[in-house]
Design a protein. Structure first.
Length: 143
């Protein structure tokens, strides 16, 4: 049988990514980030289904490329990376933070836990409209 597991997953999302600006989860009901969170989860879900991606048990790297009009950057890199990572990690406390508003998207996760992250990168590119690209990849375990 052929292994169809993808070692990396890359996908595009229109608009701005969700941001992490406070201690509350970016995916909690009633947050202003709801539209951005859903867009990211839908794109991640479609890419995972298309490639056969399953959340790896080992280390991962995450790359975020933001495309924005020159001079119109909205948040700093750590705030953008924090928001994207908060949305793409598995949600363990579903019952305590109320995620029913996400419906089936609550199950979408590209990795299990932030402790798996071994490398984060952020790049900015000029563009006429806001959009972003996310890449999540397994990294070799160093012995």
């Amino acid at each position: 049988m052929q292994d169809t597991h993808a070692p990396a997953l890359t996908f595009e999302v229109g608009g701005l990514p969700p941001v992490r600006t406070e201690a509350l989860s970016a995916v909690t009901a009633g947050r202003r980030q709801a539209t951005r969170v859903r867009a990211l989860l839908r794109a991640a879900c479609a890419a995972a289904q298309r490639t056969g991606w399953t959340p790896p048990a080992g280390p991962v790297e995450i790359d975020l490329t933001l495309r924005c009009p020159p001079g119109h950057r909205t948040f700093d890199a750590s705030t953008l990376l924090g928001g994207v990572c908060a949305v793409l990690a598995a949600r363990k406390r579903v019952s305590t933070i109320g995620l029913a508003h996400l419906g089936v998207l609550v199950e979408v996760a590209l990795y299990t836990d932030d402790r798996q992250i071994r490398r984060l990168s952020y790049t900015e590119e000029p563009a006429a409209e806001y959009s972003y690209r996310v890449r999540v990849a397994e990294t070799p375990t160093v012995v």
